[in-house]
Ligand binder design. Sequence first.
Ligand SMILES: *[C@@H]1O[C@H](CO)[C@@H](O)[C@H](O)[C@H]1NC(C)=O
Ligand SMILES: *[C@@H]1O[C@H](CO)[C@@H](O)[C@H](O)[C@H]1NC(C)=O
Length: 403
Amino acid sequence: MGSPRWKRLCLLLLLGLTFSIILYGHYYATLDSSTGPRTASRLLQQEMVRVPPAEIFQGARNHGLTRESVVKSGNPTKESPKQENMNPTKKKSSLCPWSLKSKVKMDPTFGKQFDFDIPVLMWEQRFTPETWDRLKERNVPCGWRGLSYGVIASTVRLLNDSADSRLFAMTGSPDSCIRCAVVGNGGILNGSCQGKEIDAHDFVFRINGAVIKGFEEDVGTKTSFYGFTVNTMKNSLIAYAEYGFTRIPQGKDIRYIFIPSDIRDYLMIKSAVLGIPVPEGNDKGDKPQKYFGSEASVGKFKLLHPEFLHYLTERFLRSEILNTQFGHLYMPSTGALMLLTALHTCDQVSAYGFITENYKKFSDHYYEREKKPLVFYANHDMLLESELWKSLHRVGIMKLYQR
Ligand SMILES: *[C@@H]1O[C@H](CO)[C@@H](O)[C@H](O)[C@H]1NC(C)=O
Ligand SMILES: *[C@@H]1O[C@H](CO)[C@@H](O)[C@H](O)[C@H]1NC(C)=O
C-alpha cells in the first residue's frame, strides 16, 4: 500500500525524529541530572536503543586501535600498586557521558543491585590471608572450599602483572566510552546479519562454542575476550566440532577470561602462564598452548574473582534452584557471567545471541542446520536470566538483540 514516494517521506520523517531525540538526549545529559533524572533517563534510554548503525561505526573508527595497543605502543608507565587498588573502571566512568553507570544510578531497582566498586578479577594483589579465610568457607565458583591452598596461592601469585587486574588497559583518549558487544551462541543469530554491527564495538566478548567460520555475516569476526570454564571449553570442542568449532579463538589481541568453577580452572591458568603441561588432575598432561596458542604473556589470562561470582549470583541471578536438591550444582550460565562482567566494566553493552522471550522460535545455537530446541540444564536458570536481560534492556542499561 502507498506509493514509494510516501514511504520515502515517512522514512525521512522517522529519521528526523530519531536524530532530534538523540540531539535532545545529548543536550539534556549535559544539564545537571538532578533537574530531571526520570526524563533524562528516558531520553538516554532511547538514545541507547535507537542509536543508528552509522553512529556506531563512527565510534569504532575513532577508537580504531584497541586500548591495550595504545598503551603498549605509547608511554609504558608502570602504575603504582596504590593506584592499582583503586577501581579503574570507576575513574573512567566519569569521563564517558553515556556510561551505563549513569542509567543504573537513575534506576531505583538496579541502582541498589549494582556495585561498581566490587573487584571483578582475582590477581596477586587481591590474594591476602583475609581473602583466603573468607573464600575458603564458600563452595566453587563463589569460593575455594575444599581446594588446595598450595594450588590457589601459587596460581594467583603468578597473576602479578597489572594487566591481570583489569580487563582493559587505560583508555587512549580521556573522553572515550568503552563499547562492548557480548555474543552468546543462541539460534536467534542465524540469519541476523549483525556481524558488522558486532565488529564495530571496541571489544567483543565470545563464549564457549563460538563458531565464526561460515557465520561471519551474522556474528562478526572480531574477538577480544573469550570466556569459559575449562569444563565448558573442552565440552564445546567435543560437542560443536561437527559445526566447525575445532579450536579456541587465538590471536595476539585475544584475552582469555577464566571462570573458576573448579580446581581445574586454577591448574589450567597456572599451566598456561608457565607454559607447561597441566601437572595433575582431570586435565593432566594437557598442553595449554593447544588451546590458547604459543604466545602466553601473563596479562593474556584473566581470572574472575570468586567474590564477584558470589555477588552476581546473590544479587542478579539468585535462582530458586538453590533451594532444591540441585542447589549445589547451580551457577549462572557462562554467557550470563560474561554479560554481567561486561556490564560491570564497559560503558555501553549490547548483547547478541542471548535468550529472549520468544526463544522457542529459534534453534538452540545459530550454527545448527536443523532446528533444535533450547536445552535447559539443571545447573542453570535460563528463564531467570531471560527476565534479567529483558529488564536491563527495558530500562536502557544495555541493548538486547531481539527479533
Ligand atoms: C611476577 O612474578 C614472576 C615470577 O615469580 C617474576 O619473575 C616477575 O618479575 C613478577 N613480575 C612483577 C611485575 O612483579
Ligand atoms: C539457519 O538459516 C539457514 C538459512 O536461512 C537455514 O537454512 C537453516 O535451516 C537455519 N537453521 C536453523 C537451525 O534454523
